[in-house]
Design a protein. Structure first.
Length: 402
């Protein structure tokens, strides 16, 4: 029997060193999944690169400008100038009557022209309110209009000055003469100007600010020299508190008892007072309730009232008539322009008005130019027959008020 041949081994079970490599099964984790993973990684890398590129590009963009408060103020000033120019054009103010300072971007206008009507001022106020952001127009204070922003910061001002007289034209002496009372406001800050006024040998009425250090001394000096003394009572203006009338001023929001006590205290600090007029007060003199309290004090103390007319809507003389208090209204501000020649013209205009109406009341301030003009004009007018008298004499001649 032939010997058995050995059975050949299964080739699939040969080792890697001794034969062919065994076949591998293709499953889920094999080569087909590798290319998907690589594709996913490549896509992620591209996304990251794109994000980095965009971030760097955004960093290179110029920063967007943020409007600053200064830019806003400039815009408001431009809007205010536009409205004021339109306002002056509508009033037919000649170009030569307007001075702009500075000329290119004016913050202050001087207008030598008649003052605007109350209706025109109110229309301007409404137009300014409609600006974005809104602008505020304060009530005229001694011929000055002030435009401010919502915070009370002044944007620009307009000052109305008396129109200049024609060249070489002088105000002629009055054909007939009248009685003139001249009130000098804002005294009491020192004695120098008071002493200079005392050298003028015509009657003046000294209106003394009660809150000033030399108020009582100036009142005694004036009284001893035969001049009448008034109290120049600080009252609330339209621009309050930006426009400050000073400590212990009369304010519309004070209760009547406080107003009553405050006015009594102011009067008690200055001797020889015959009456009062208002310092500022464009807001206070428009308020009927507040003025009624003032008139009650004046009636109680036997004093008169002169309305300085810092507001065209003042109820001062009407409240005085209702309370039975003697009262007058200012006719002319003599020194809106602090120049000797201009003040001299206003003094002569005051005398001419007194000649027409029988009497007139002027108000001025102790400026050096005013004192010089008074020294120059009053003796001349007195020689022409003009009578310079205290305020109380005008009141007496007019029967207690006008």
């Amino acid at each position: 029997m032939p010997p058995k041949r050995p059975r050949p081994k299964n080739p699939a079970k040969k080792s890697a060193a001794g034969g062919s490599r065994p076949q591998q099964k293709r499953g889920k984790g094999g080569p087909r999944s590798d290319w998907r993973l690589h594709l996913l990684l490549l896509a992620s890398a591209l996304v990251i690169i794109a994000l980095v590129w965009l971030a760097r590009r955004e960093e290179r963009l110029p920063p967007q400008p943020v409007p600053s408060p200064a830019v806003s103020r400039v815009d408001q000033a431009a809007a205010a100038r536009e409205q004021i120019e339109a306002f002056l054009a509508a009033a037919a103010v000649p170009a030569g009557a307007i001075t702009r300072e500075p000329a290119d971007l004016p913050r202050h206008y001087q207008v030598r022209h008649r003052s605007p009507s109350a209706a025109a001022v109110e229309q301007l106020r409404q137009r300014l309110r409609q600006q974005k952001p809104p602008l505020v127009l304060l009530t005229p204070e001694d011929g000055v209009l002030t435009v401010g922003d919502a915070k009370g910061t002044t944007v620009l001002t307009i000052q109305y000055l008396p129109a200049p007289a024609p060249p070489k034209a002088e105000v002629p002496p009055p054909a007939r003469v009248g009685t003139v009372a001249i009130i000098v406001d804002d005294l009491g800050r020192g004695t120098r100007s008071a002493r200079q006024l005392l050298t003028i040998k015509q009657s003046l009425t000294f209106a003394i600010l009660p809150i000033e250090a030399q108020a009582a001394e100036v009142a005694r000096m004036a009284h001893a020299a035969g001049h009448e003394v008034m109290l120049h009572v600080p009252m609330e203006p339209q621009g309050f508190p930006v426009v400050d009338p000073g400590d212990d001023a009369l304010l519309v929001n004070l209760p009547p008892a406080e107003l009553h006590a405050r006015l009594h205290a102011l009067l008690s600090g200055v001797p020889h007072v015959a009456g009062i007029n208002n310092h500022m007060g464009s807001r206070f003199t428009e308020d009927e309730r507040s003025m009624a309290v003032v008139m009650a004090v004046l009636r109680e103390r036997g004093l008169y009232f002169v309305d300085s007319l810092t507001s065209g809507h003042s109820v001062g003389t009407a409240a005085a008539r209702q309370a039975g208090v003697p009262s007058l209204r200012r006719d002319v501000f003599l020194d809106n322009v602090a120049e000797v020649a201009a003040i001299a013209r206003e003094i002569r205009r005051l005398a001419a008005k007194a000649a027409r109406n029988g009497s007139a009341v002027g108000i001025c301030h102790p400026y050096p130019e005013t004192i010089a003009a008074l020294r120059q004009e009053l003796p001349v007018l007195a020689r022409q027959g003009v009578k310079f008298v205290p305020v109380s004499a005008v009141l007496k001649a007019s029967g207690g008020g006008r």
